[in-house]
Design a protein around this ligand. Structure first.
Ligand SMILES: Nc1nc2c(c(=O)[nH]1)N[C@H]1C(S)=C(S)[C@@H](COP(=O)(O)O)O[C@H]1N2
Ligand SMILES: [Mo]
Length: 298
């Protein structure tokens, strides 16, 4: 299956997006934004969420709790200049530019399901590159077993950081084999456009078989390490947000079921659907966890 969003987006949604863009400063730039990802066999052909949905219903606690807060406040974030520090167990530690890690001419379109631990979901046409390539640029040293990611800490521009809604900076982590898996990407855009601030500009992680909170936004540091990182949500409540956080309909969150999800935009009453194991990516990723008790390591 090799599809691009323009092949699979229903016409009304596409027109909706054009109208949306025409309303903004981007008028002439619509075709000229120039970001075009190569189609990927990893893309789903499920119906896409609209650009409006993807950019107006967000979790990004650096800008507040509410789903509309990121759209309202993330414009305050300066995303250029930006650099990502890669350190720890690497051959070439240092400061990497977004363009070094995810060159425009290498971008792929990855249409992925996103399943939030809160039991809602979307389908998003990301633009990005495999994280593995970026890590290879820095040269992973033997002994590295995990990758730790950190989001920008800049309370002057990220108003939720002053409110201390979480222990900032936001931190996430992956096992090295999860980080090197071909489905794991660094995304720099969506719908053929540079990443909107509320979705984690200018560069964020996307790990489609895990709950959304693993897909850390606005990354400024990537550290290769021999120790399992403690992620922000895990530190807050380890019984609710484990390190692995693989989507698993059989392991309920202590406060709600994970068996089903509400697909955003699918309608107020008809929108619930079953959640598949590993968010539907089991064929590709189940082998990473063979022999592990997924009810214990959630
Ligand atoms: N830095 C940072 N990254 C974050 C979050 C956050 O609050 N801060 N929220 C996470 C959660 S809970 C989800 S569901 C996804 C949402 O991504 P989206 O808003 O692009 O759909 O981002 C994740 N990445
Ligand atoms: Mo989430």
């Amino acid at each position: 299956m090799k599809l691009r969003w323009s092949d699979v987006t229903p016409r009304p949604a596409y027109l909706g997006r054009r109208a949306f863009m025409a309303a903004g400063a981007a008028m002439l730039a619509a075709p000229a934004f120039g970001l075009q990802g190569r189609p990927s066999p990893h893309s789903t052909d499920e119906a896409l969420n609209s650009f409006e949905e993807i950019t107006n219903y967000n979790n990004f606690y650096e800008f507040g709790f509410g789903k509309e807060d990121p759209a309202r406040h993330a414009h305050a974030l300066t995303t250029d200049p930006w650099s990502v520090e890669i350190d720890g167990l690497v051959e070439r530690p240092g400061s990497y530019g977004v363009e070094d890690l995810a060159p425009e001419n290498a971008l792929e379109e990855r249409i992925y399901r996103l399943r939030c631990v809160e039991a809602w979901s979307m389908v998003i046409p990301w633009l990005g590159v495999p994280l593995s390539g970026a890590l290879e640029r820095a040269g992973v040293r033997s002994g590295a077993k995990f990758v730790r990611f950190e989001t920008l800490y800049r309370p002057a521009e990220m108003r939720g950081q002053n409110a201390r809604l979480l222990a900032f900076p936001y931190v996430e982590g992956l096992r090295l084999d999860e980080a090197m898996h071909p489905l794991t990407i660094l995304a720099t855009g969506l719908y053929d456009q540079p990443m909107p601030n509320q979705n984690g500009a200018p560069i964020r992680l996307v790990v489609p078989w895990k709950y959304g909170f693993k897909s850390i936004k606005s990354v400024v540091r990537i550290t290769l390490t021999d120790r399992q990182p403690v992620s922000t949500w895990e530190a807050l409540q380890p019984r609710e947000y484990g390190f692995y956080a693989n989507v698993n309909p059989q392991v309920d969150h202590p406060r709600w079921s994970q068996a089903t999800e509400r697909r955003i935009g699918a309608g107020l009453f008809g929108g619930r659907q079953d959640t598949p194991m590993f968010n539907g990516y089991g064929d590709q990723v189940a082998a990473l966890y063979s022999g592990m008790d997924l009810a214990k390591h959630y």
